[in-house]
Design a protein around this ligand. Structure first.
Ligand SMILES: [Mn+2]
Length: 321
């Protein structure tokens, strides 16, 4: 299926019952893009719903419209359309969505920038060279001729800054920068957004960073670095899953490291986050274990004990070097 902005714009303008969903463990890109589309397109429609299975992170509470998110349990419409944001598989939005699609047979759309295997819906905008879903949303809103106000600009900027690490990662293209510049023109508070996204760690998050560094190991002459957050340490600190976000990126900051991994232990399974330098590909590593993501930033969840999963993933990762 080819990306088609026009079909999605027409669908968003139809004013029918639409559920806009983001992936579980939502990030600033997902939330920002969802809110921007909501503000740009929902208008007077009574049938728009922003649905998120997980709690919306509190550090994003400066975004306008954040109160519009509902949980699947509070869903009160029969969807004519389901739009997936920042993912292309209904399962990524939580266990609630596949049965709902089965029941109501809505038209299915997606707006995403992840490498994806054959989305089979009714329309999509999938650009793997876009830095963020927020970047795609900015293009979509511009193509629709809708004015980007300060609130939408802050939502889109949050999304793009989140996925590019403040325009630092290699996914940042000239287009990303131009869109970012246009958003800055809308008098958003870029400093507040940067502080909220990158300089507002919770104490629990800091404690998990310490655990990860305490359990840091080096392999392959310093080309592979991995960190571990064990379940007991999370329990001791009463840390939740979101307190372990964004820790994996620390692995690549050690000079000489090409591939960085974070193993986060859960009961019965291990979440593995993966990062790598240009020239390597962790997406294939993640896919091998049933996960996915981008070339340089991917992840998966693998059933088994910490030791088992660590052995399996490390063995496969070392072969990439
Ligand atoms: Mn994204």
């Amino acid at each position: 299926m080819k990306s088609d902005y026009g079909v999605l714009i027409d669908k968003l303008r139809e004013g029918r019952e639409i559920i806009v969903c983001g992936h579980i463990n939502p990030d600033p890109d997902c939330i920002g893009a969802m809110l921007a589309l909501d503000r740009a397109f929902s208008g007077e429609s009574q049938g728009w719903r922003l649905v998120m299975d997980d709690a919306v992170p509190s550090y994003l509470d400066y975004l306008q419209g954040i109160e519009r998110f509902i949980t699947p349990a509070d869903l009160d419409i029969k969807p004519h359309t389901v739009l997936l944001i920042d993912c292309s598989e209904p399962e990524r939005c939580g266990k609630w969505l596949p049965p709902l699609i089965e029941q109501y047979r809505p038209e299915l759309f997606c707006l995403d920038h992840h490498l994806s295997n054959d989305f089979t819906g009714d329309g999509m905008v999938l650009e793997t060279d876009a830095a963020a879903s927020g970047e795609i949303a900015a293009v979509l809103i511009a193509k629709a001729g809708i004015e980007i106000d300060t609130a939408i600009a802050a939502q889109l900027y949050t999304a793009i800054v989140g996925d590019t690490g403040c325009f630092r990662y290699t996914n940042t293209t000239p287009r990303t920068m131009r869109i970012g510049a246009d958003l800055l023109d809308k008098h958003i508070d870029a400093e507040q957004i940067r502080i909220r996204l990158f300089e507002s760690h919770s104490l629990k998050n800091m404690q998990m960073i310490r655990v990860a560094f305490d359990n840091m190991q080096i392999e392959a002459d310093g080309q592979l670095c991995y960190m571990v957050i064990d379940y007991q340490s999370k329990l001791n600190a009463s840390a939740g899953d979101s307190d372990c976000d964004n820790i994996v990126s620390n692995t690549l900051t050690l000079s000489g490291v090409k591939i960085g991994l974070l193993f986060e232990e859960h009961p019965g399974l291990v979440k593995v986050s993966m990062r790598c330098r240009n020239g390597y590909r962790v997406d294939q590593l993640a896919q091998h274990f049933g996960g996915g993501g981008h070339l340089l930033a991917s992840g998966c969840r693998v059933k088994g004990s910490l030791e088992q999963v660590k052995d399996q993933v490390l063995t496969a990762a070392l072969q990439l070097l």
